[in-house]
Ligand binder design. Structure first.
Ligand SMILES: Cc1cc2nc3c(=O)[nH]c(=O)nc-3n(C[C@H](O)[C@H](O)[C@H](O)COP(=O)(O)OP(=O)(O)OC[C@H]3O[C@@H](n4cnc5c(N)ncnc54)[C@H](O)[C@@H]3O)c2cc1C
Length: 291
């Protein structure tokens, strides 16, 4: 008879906090080495696999205000504790941040979307996750709170490597700011995955202004093509100022050769990923052309 191995996490202390100040004070006792517990959808699995062995978990779900979505001028501020489900069901997000609304149904399965949080996903920075690409495409800002106060981190400075962000040990992501959609902007999110709900093999979050078929301010952010979300700068340059037609679409697809250099992973070879990236870009641009 085969053996059954049950993976359990290493022992840890648990604290439930009810204010930001209490959270930071508690974290200071562990010198920044404790982990924040948000939805627990990634962290608890990592702990059970012994990929993470924090001395303590600080449960932040009782902190008020971190699960709010609100509009501040032309910006939407999403609290880090907002669940994927809350974002998916938000009429404000659907009306003002269509790219995020398009992306969120691709995040995992409903059971995980019910508890997993936007802040948890952006803190984890999985290269195949949807939110990093969305936040990069929209040029968002991440708000962090640490012992020395609040920091606003532009997305261009936030993703610094594989599962690595600009968050300092013990810093808490409190909110994400995304600009409201403006007249004339087009948005598109799509990904290719083996099964709906799986992490994407390749994904694309993109935005541009369209005026009489001419593209400006295009931002194309790919997921699962590198260590983090990747802006396809050459393809963006090739599109900006061009009228969308078969030739400009083909040239943008060809430019991806200069932007993306995937190494391949358990899901797909580099060649398959490149093919999927060209397909996704072609679909996005065709949709804008026909809009
Ligand atoms: C089967 C399965 C499929 C999944 N598929 C997808 C998918 O397709 N796409 C996708 O994007 N995700 C997917 N996920 C991950 C899911 O979206 C998680 O919800 C998310 O990655 C982590 O969010 P969480 O709130 O559960 O964070 P937790 O698991 O609680 O925390 C994750 C990490 O982030 C840290 N952290 C959490 N909140 C903060 C904060 N506010 N500030 C600083 N650090 C913080 C924690 O300390 C921990 O290190 C999947 C998960 C599972 C189990």
């Amino acid at each position: 008879m085969g053996r059954v191995f049950v993976m359990k996490s290493a022992a840890f202390e648990y604290h439930r906090v009810s204010s930001l100040q209490e959270a930071l004070t508690c974290m200071a006792r562990y010198d920044g080495q404790a982990h924040w517990l948000a939805g627990g959808q990634s962290l608890l699995a990592m702990m059970n696999l012994r990929l993470a062995q924090p001395p303590a978990l600080i449960d932040i779900r009782g902190i008020p205000d971190l699960a709010e979505i609100r509009q501040v001028g032309q910006t939407i501020r999403i609290g880090a504790l907002c669940t994927h489900r809350q974002i998916q069901d938000s009429p404000l997000i659907q009306a003002t941040v269509p790219l995020l609304a398009q992306a969120v149904p691709h995040v995992a399965h409903l059971a995980i979307r019910n508890v997993g949080t936007m802040g948890g996903s952006l803190a984890l920075a999985d290269p195949a996750a949807e939110y990093p690409a969305v936040v990069q495409a929209l040029n968002g800002v991440l708000i962090a709170q640490g012992s020395s106060g609040e920091r606003r981190i532009p997305v261009a400075e936030y993703f610094v490597g594989l599962y690595q962000t600009a968050l300092q040990p013990g810093e808490l992501l409190t909110a994400i700011e995304l600009p409201c959609a403006q007249a004339g902007q087009q948005f598109h999110f799509d990904e290719l995955s083996r099964r709906r709900g799986d992490y994407g093999m390749v994904g694309l979050a993109c935005v541009a202004r369209m005026n009489a078929g001419v593209v400006t301010d295009a931002r194309l952010s790919f997921l699962a093509m590198g260590d983090g979300p990747l802006l396809a700068v050459k393809a963006m340059d090739s599109l900006n100022g061009q009228k969308l037609d078969e030739q400009s679409i083909r040239l943008a697809q060809q430019a991806l050769e200069h932007d993306l250099h995937p190494t391949g992973d358990l899901q797909a070879t580099p060649a398959t990923k490149m093919h999927c990236a060209r397909v996704l870009l072609g679909r996005a641009l065709a949709a804008w052309r026909n809009a």
